[in-house]
Design a protein around this ligand. Structure first.
Ligand SMILES: NC(=O)c1ccc[n+]([C@@H]2O[C@H](COP(=O)([O-])OP(=O)(O)OC[C@H]3O[C@@H](n4cnc5c(N)ncnc54)[C@H](O)[C@@H]3O)[C@@H](O)[C@H]2O)c1
Length: 313
């Protein structure tokens, strides 16, 4: 086992795409001691990478030395050459991702792990045409990846068990909470759960049961207050499956089962009510209120990330 532990230290890691997700993924891996090279084709975005990384150092009150382990590259080959792992965080387009993975196959060693951060495109399809598709895997980070612990590690129909294990080890060593998703299904686990909740939330507001602010209060001040320490199945075991069945027998038939996106949501989008960026979505927002939400979220996640690291030391 000690040999396995050693293998995830001091890796050379490529990150494809230096956007929102890519720079955060690069940061968390460099913070774990790896040498990280980002491939970013846009000169402007490439030029902004150091400043965005510096902002993470400041937010987490980290040692700036972490930045010396990250470089930004204009060419894929110079970022991926010699890498044991490559994490792809390029735009969500299947032909583009397939092209990147085909190119990567010509650059890295046959046993290098090729991971996609795709949120919706199945990694099974990204890797289908490759020669060594057993090393293609999904690693679904949550935004911002350097602050949210979970990474869904998705085993495609071709991914070997050894590649799953190596990827989980690397991520766990970097302080993440990797979970093994055994089937490459749409939405994996987290987004399915999140959208099941959103479907009901939208239906309740559409039916006039409450307004959007009340709905959010119910979640944040109700089961949301305990959900970080008590998952839904743990909670069922806590109260008893007999009670869970009794409630389920009464309630489930009343839950929303609109096929497809709810008409209430479609109507909002058609009216240009897109949320904070247009000043109105489910609720109305001034720019100050929107900034306050963003800041509250960033500070909350940063405090939690710092506390987790302190507890680990
Ligand atoms: N934003 C999120 O919350 C989130 C969460 C989980 C997963 N994802 C997934 O992560 C991936 C990246 O999303 P993002 O939000 O970071 O997008 P983004 O637009 O912020 O970043 C994508 C970057 O890829 C670069 N790029 C464009 N063409 C490229 C190419 N041919 N090769 C390499 N890079 C290229 C772009 O210049 C850009 O900097 C997507 O697959 C997305 O679905 C996003």
């Amino acid at each position: 086992m000690s040999g396995v532990g050693k293998r995830v230290k001091n890796q050379t890691i490529g990150v494809v795409g230096g956007g929102l997700m890519g720079h955060g993924i690069a940061y968390l891996l460099a913070a774990a001691g790896h040498e990280v090279r980002i491939f970013e084709p846009s000169a402007d975005i490439r030029a902004s990478v150091p400043e965005r990384l510096r902002a993470i150092v400041d937010l987490l009150e980290d040692d700036p030395a972490v930045l010396t382990r990250i470089s930004a590259h204009e060419a894929l080959a110079s970022a991926a050459d010699g890498a044991q792992f490559v994490f792809e965080a390029a735009p969500e387009k299947l032909p583009l991702k397939q092209h990147i993975f085909a190119e990567l196959e010509g650059i890295v060693a046959p046993d290098a792990v090729l991971a996609s951060n795709s949120s919706a495109i199945p990694s099974t399809e990204i890797g289908r045409k490759l020669k060594h598709r057993d090393r293609v895997i999904g690693t679904h980070f949550w935004n911002p990846p350097h602050l949210v612990p979970l990474v869904e590690v998705i085993q495609t129909e071709f991914t070997s068990d050894a590649v799953v294990a190596r990827t989980m080890e690397l991520l766990a060593d970097a302080g993440k909470k990797p979970v093994h998703v055994r089937k490459d299904i749409p939405g994996f686990i987290g987004n399915r759960l999140q959208h099941a909740l959103k479907r009901e939330a939208i239906a309740l507001v559409a039916a006039g049961v409450c307004d959007a602010q009340t709905l959010d209060t119910v979640v944040k001040e109700g089961f949301g207050a305990r959900i970080a320490v008590l998952g839904p199945l743990e909670q069922s075991d806590l109260v008893g499956l007999d009670l869970t069945l009794d409630i389920s027998s009464v309630l489930v038939e009343h839950l929303d089962r609109t096929a497809g996106p709810h008409p209430f949501l479609r109507a909002k989008v058609a009216a240009g009510k897109l949320g904070m960026k247009t000043g109105e979505g489910f609720r109305t927002w001034t720019p100050e209120q929107a900034n306050e939400v963003r800041e509250r979220l960033r500070n909350f996640l940063a405090e939690q990330a710092k506390a987790r690291r302190k507890a680990k030391r």
